[in-house]
Design a protein. Structure first.
Lengths: 450, 313
């Protein structure tokens, strides 16, 4: 029996994970896993609670993307109670959700992933972090910290709480957007848009061109993709739209979120707490086999950039065209998640501007009248880490009778396992490995931003 | 120079990650902090996977698995001062709902009786087992300082770090959320409890006066009251005040029903019963601490059973 290399915890990711690489006697990779380390069980906790309280409870599923759970939860409860939010209420929810995307992408790319690229994947582990970046590129770092602050403060000022928000409510939003606040947000978002254009340029020149070799190799697997598009023109959507499930050959079906049970299933393996969603509608079962995966699709930035026909905002559309010309559609290379993330950063800034420029955004009719009742609602948004699904049933008192949750990250657990195995197998040979190699295995996970 | 710096380890146990994001979101102040602090083990930011000796150890999250227990123990061994950071670490947090649901019920719901899950497997290899109950950090190690909040507001985070760096006494108060809330408590003639989705509340008047349950008066201010100041009642995510925790006959529902019945025309018993019926929400964040769980007045299992019996009867 060979040995097991444990990478625990996987660091500079936003969750709790571990990698185990099993080597045979000759020191070659027999198997490799990436598993989630814990289970909380929100599906159970929210049972019996008044449904209207749930959107502020489910935030605590994830402190990195609470706005996603907050908005998906609200949509699901709207569905249960059969209420249509006012147009302004719905747009305010989208505004905050899209703004949260901006901040998340800055956090992920610059705070978590950038050390691998700015300092290099083989840099000593003790300096390979954002503090190392602060030392190596102080101007960039100061700028990044400022941008993250600008984004979070914009949310804080208007909505009170950026982490674990409370401001969206069933039927819409808890308060209207004052004109002065809108002006301030417009000003700040312009700054963020400039920064996002700069960030993509920076990454094109300093990261993607330099690491093209790694991009074409590290963690590369072939899968399908899941994302959300505008029902009318197939353009990228983060807040609402229809779900699009694409096969590796580029063919796809679009479906209505409420029908997700017909398209997706979840598979559990004994070695991790995370469930692994797969495309049940492909009728091929589930397999993580690197050469012939079955039912495996990916979500998150690269998936959304692959499934959309276009992007409705000009700068992001230009970036998408350049990306497609270079990498095709669907692009499969795992490290391209970072590239796709920066394209979405631009979209999120442009979309925020669009929403702020919409005349009705400061309207005071933010909240529709709501009556609790029995029903079912499926609330879906695109979270930074993938398509987030909240599916609730309520009883006659308007309390949660049952709930099913598919959290963004989980779509990629199967694929992350494949990428880890691919990376480990190609990098670790005849018992040779070092700290830099193990970090590269982690980089295959980091790209997915779990 | 770095010899002078304060060495900091942070670790996340079972949690949502929000407390660590709150630390990063000290924004430009994080750059100040970095002048006097060396960040060592910090899974979200650095690749230091073991636990170096440190002056300060920040623990977020609660104890869910053997792995969490082990990590908390290692942190205690290596850090001179341990801060239980955030409501999860201090009181168990939202997923401390173990008093309301057993581990078996949760596992069954997630892996077995679930509309999307097509397998009948419960993870049991390569993972560490789930503990029977979720517990706050101080049930497995000694804790030196407590900073609740879900997450704590940057104002309090910075104050507590500054306290430790400058080695002075903390300037934090024991005020409740009400102290930071801009609403006025007024006597009203409201005679029925409202759900949060009934009508649109007046922005200047205390929620209690308007007939909405608000936990501000029983909750320690570690957040600067963002919720009542932005149109939404407080649900107590920073955990109860010391008074609630330590006095045997005072409880979240007795205090709130007292105050609310004085501010409205609603009878105290009615409010109390309502809060028992919705106990999972009213006690959401601090159920797992023995200070609440062991109170003679806290009968959540009975309250839940009563509601279920009512639903079937
Ligand atoms: S206290 Fe709140 S923010 Fe902090 S880890 Fe727990 S759930 Fe997340
Ligand atoms: S009870 Fe709530 S609304 Fe009333 S003063 Fe306290 S925090 Fe404000
Ligand atoms: S729910 Fe209460 S304790 Fe929590 S942030 Fe809001 S006001 Fe503060």
């Amino acid at each position: 029996m060979g040995k097991v290399l444990n990478i625990q915890p996987v660091t500079r990711i936003e969750g709790h994970a571990r990698i185990a690489v099993h080597l045979d006697d000759a020191g070659n990779v027999e198997n490799a896993y990436m598993s989630l380390m814990s289970l909380r069980g929100f599906e159970k906790f929210i049972e019996g609670r008044p449904a209207e309280e749930v959107p502020r409870i489910v935030n605590r599923i994830c402190g990195i993307c609470p706005w996603m759970h907050h908005t998906a939860g609200n949509k699901a409860v709207d569905g249960c109670f059969g209420v249509t939010p006012t147009e302004t209420g719905q747009k305010l929810r989208e505004l905050l959700q899209v703004m949260a995307h901006i901040n998340d992408k800055i956090l992920h790319f610059f705070f978590l992933a950038a050390p691998d690229f700015v300092l290099g994947p083989d840099a000593d582990y003790s300096v390979r972090n954002v503090i190392g970046v602060v030392k190596a590129a102080p101007e960039l770092a100061t700028q990044v910290v400022k941008m993250r602050q600008l984004g979070q403060m914009m949310i804080d000022r208007f909505a009170g709480k950026a982490i674990h928000p409370v401001a969206a409510v069933v039927g819409g939003f808890s308060k209207p957007l004052p004109e002065a606040e809108r002006q301030a947000m417009l000003r700040d978002t312009r700054t963020l848009l400039d920064f996002s254009l700069y960030a993509l340029d920076f990454a094109k020149n300093n990261v993607f061109s330099k690491y093209l070799g790694a991009i074409n190799q590290l963690g590369v697997i072939t899968t399908g993709f899941l994302g959300t598009v505008d029902p009318a023109d197939g353009s990228l959507r983060l807040f609402d739209g229809r779900q699009r499930l694409m096969k590796a050959d580029g063919s796809y079906v679009d479906f209505d979120g409420a029908d997700y049970l017909d398209y997706l299933g979840e598979h559990v393996e004994p070695w991790g707490y995370g469930k692994m969603p797969y495309a049940r509608s492909w009728n091929e079962g589930f397999s993580l086999d690197l050469d012939a995966p079955k039912g495996i699709y990916r979500a998150n930035t690269l998936a959304r950039i692959n499934v959309c026909d276009k992007i409705s905002t000009p700068h992001a559309q230009a970036a998408l065209e350049e990306f497609r010309a270079a990498f095709g559609r669907p692009a499969q290379a795992t490290l391209l998640y970072h590239y796709a993330r920066l394209i979405e950063l631009i979209y999120a800034c442009e979309r925020t501007m669009e929403l702020l420029n919409w005349d009705g955004i400061t309207d005071t009719d933010v909240r529709a009248k709501v009556e609790p009742k029995a029903g079912r609602g499926v609330g879906i948004v695109e979270a930074p880490r993938g398509t987030l699904i909240h599916d609730y049933h309520t009883d006659a008192d308007g309390c949660i009778a049952s709930a099913n949750l598919i959290v963004g990250t989980t779509h990629n657990i199967g694929p992350m396992n494949m990428s880890v195995k691919q990376a480990a197998t190609s990098l670790i040979k005849d018992g040779h490995y070092d700290q830099g190699i193990l970090n590269k295995v982690e980089m295959a996970v980091r790209a997915y931003d779990p | 120079m770095s010899g002078e710096k304060i060495r900091l380890n942070t670790e996340w146990l079972c949690d949502c990650g929000g407390c660590h994001v709150a630390l990063v979101d000290l924004h430009e102040k994080i750059l100040n902090v970095l002048d006097s602090v060396t960040i060592q083990h910090c899974p979200v930011l650095t690749d230091i996977k073991d636990y170096p000796e440190a002056d300060i150890g920040i623990l977020t999250g609660s104890i869910r698995t053997e792995h969490d227990r082990h990590a908390a123990g290692e942190m205690r061994k290596k850090c001179k001062t341990i801060i239980a950071f955030g409501t999860c670490a201090v009181y168990g947090g939202l997923h401390g709902a173990g008093l309301a649901h057993s581990r078996e019920e949760i596992v069954d719901r997630v892996y077995r009786h679930n509309p999307t899950t097509r397998t009948d497997t419960v993870p049991d290899s390569e993972v560490t087992e789930l503990a029977k109950l979720v517990t706050p950090v101080d049930e497995v190690i000694d804790v030196d300082l407590y900073l609740p909040g879900c997450p704590p507001h940057a104002h309090f985070i910075f104050e507590s770090l500054a306290t430790l760096i400058e080695q002075r006494a903390p300037r934090v108060t024991q005020d409740t959320v009400c102290a930071r809330c801009n609403r006025q408590m007024v006597k009203s003639e409201v005679n029925a409890i409202k759900k949060s989705l009934d009508g649109v509340p007046d922005d200047n008047i205390c929620f209690l006066s308007q007939g909405y349950i608000c936990l501000g008066s029983v909750t320690l201010d570690r957040c600067l009251a963002p919720c009542p100041n932005h149109g939404v009642a407080c649900t107590g995510c920073a955990g109860p005040t010391m008074q609630i925790l330590t006095e045997p006959n005072r409880d979240i529902r007795t205090e709130v029903s007292d105050r609310m019945s004085r501010l409205t025309a609603i009878d105290g018993e009615t409010i109390k019963t309502h809060m028992e019926r919705t106990a999972k929400t009213q006690y959401a964040y601090a159920m797992a601490t023995k200070m609440i769980g062991n109170k003679p007045t806290f009968l959540i299992k009975k309250w839940i059973a009563d509601v279920e019996a009512g639903a079937h009867g």
